[in-house]
Design a binder for this molecule. Structure first.
Ligand SMILES: *Cc1c(COP(=O)(O)O)cnc(C)c1O
Length: 416
């Protein structure tokens, strides 16, 4: 990280997170793998109990951004075989048992959704937004081999991890009060270096859910030469297209590559993401002779089962379904924001993320965070947390959560 002492750095410690002890499926309930076969009925009973436990926790999973309101168990028969996609989605492979036909339908829809050009956009299904960020940075590095990567303290750690894997220089840019990258500070930092800039713009920052102003960042970095913008839109990339008054960081706004997560939104039982990039920027080097396909992906095998399920999810929703799902979640978030504000808390809402803070010493605060699976981060003497109103959280649950917050405040002498 390089930082310029002439500019004040916002004091944010992203690594200093505190996880309260949440309920867990105890180790003792999961039998050891021995030298011989275990009793089948015991194994089945363990998995049954674990599944019940996971499903029972769902209504209280309020702090993590994955929609859990789905049930694809009717496609359970897919688990009786391997569906493995190898190589580019557009390239037939020798094995032929992948889910590429489904994957291509998904990519066609999401290219339109991100306002890309179907003929000039490359993409594939990843294991999550993290792998899609790695793919985005590889494409950036191929395009601008000597340019540093500009991030903020709020950039997801998978981006800095990818930069480390690719041995790219990382420059941390100060943020504005809502955790977005400060375009003025980016201009200041990029002006000092030639050779272009790789800017990572986040749509839906992990803690506050705020969205970077992509055109402003692109313009701010222009003095250093050519600019590549990668958009990390893991969750927010699905939300902002339907939100009034929020800038959309898509291809038409100047993105060169985009990462989305599918287990966050629309929801998926397997961790899945989508990598998209302007096709002419993707590395010309394609591996994969043995598999009989060209391959620009980060892996060899990837889950075709995940593609089939995501296709079913998106086909079941369509564009209007995604809009309805988003608008409902935004309304629930707004309701929670109103409730917390009425309690005297300085709550913030960005998209479907509602954040608020309490002093770490407040009695009952740990238990509340454990009950609702809320992450936490120390900032300026308080413990910041958030609720993400994914579809499995309705008005009833966020009201119950707000009541719990009110009880903690009452116990500690009212709002701070
Ligand atoms: C969740 C998240 C990621 C990581 O996504 P995975 O799909 O879990 O790999 C990356 N960036 C942002 C902004 C996120 O919120």
């Amino acid at each position: 990280m390089s930082s310029n002492p002439a500019l004040p750095e916002k004091n944010v410690t992203t690594n200093d997170t505190t996880a309260p002890t949440t309920a867990a499926f105890e180790t003792g309930r999961v039998g050891r793998i021995g030298i011989g076969p275990a009793d089948r009925s015991e194994t089945d009973a363990t998995i049954g109990a674990f599944t019940d436990w996971l499903l029972a926790e769902e209504p209280h999973i309020a702090g993590f951004p994955g929609n859990l309101s789905f049930d694809y168990s009717r496609y359970g028969a897919l688990l009786a075989t391997l569906c493995n996609s190898v190589g580019d989605p557009g390239s037939p492979d020798a094995s032929g048992v992948g889910g590429k036909t489904f994957e291509r339908r998904i990519l066609e829809f999401l290219t339109d959704f991100t306002r890309g050009d179907r003929d000039h956009t490359y993409g594939y299904l990843t294991s999550g937004a993290s792998e899609a960020n790695l793919f985005g940075l590889l494409t950036a590095r191929t395009t601008l081999p000597r340019a540093p990567v500009y991030v903020t303290a709020a950039t997801h750690y998978s981006v800095t991890k990818a930069a480390r894997i690719l041995r790219m220089d990382v420059v941390q840019v100060p943020m504005l009060a809502d955790d977005t990258m400060d375009p003025g500070a980016l201009a200041y930092r990029t002006a000092a270096r030639r050779g272009g800039a790789i800017v990572v713009a986040t749509t839906g920052t992990t803690m506050l859910g705020s969205t970077d102003d992509l055109p402003a960042l692109r313009q701010a970095a222009a003095a250093s030469g050519p600019v590549y913008v990668h958009v990390d839109g893991a969750l927010g990339g699905w939300i902002t297209p339907f939100e009034a008054g929020v800038s959309v960081s898509d291809f038409s706004a100047g993105a060169d590559s985009i990462a989305l997560s599918a287990h966050k939104w629309p929801g998926h039982p397997l961790p899945t993401g989508i990598a998209l990039a302007r096709r002419h920027l993707v590395s010309a080097v394609a591996a994969g002779e043995y598999i009989g396909a060209t391959d620009h992906t980060m892996a060899c095998s990837r889950s075709g089962t995940a593609a089939v399920i995501l296709w079913a999810a998106l086909r079941g929703l369509g564009y209007h379904g995604l809009r309805r799902m988003t608008e409902n979640a935004l309304a629930v978030a707004e309701h929670l924001h109103t409730r917390l504000t009425a309690l005297g808390l300085g709550a913030q809402r960005h998209g479907i993320t509602v954040s608020f803070a309490l002093p770490p010493s407040h009695a009952g605060w740990d238990a509340l965070r454990a009950r609702w699976h809320l992450p936490a981060q120390h900032r300026g003497g308080v413990l910041l947390t958030h609720v993400i109103t994914v579809p499995h959280l309705g008005y009833g649950q966020v009201d119950e959560l707000a009541d719990d917050v009110a009880a903690v405040l009452a116990r500690n002498g009212g709002a701070r």
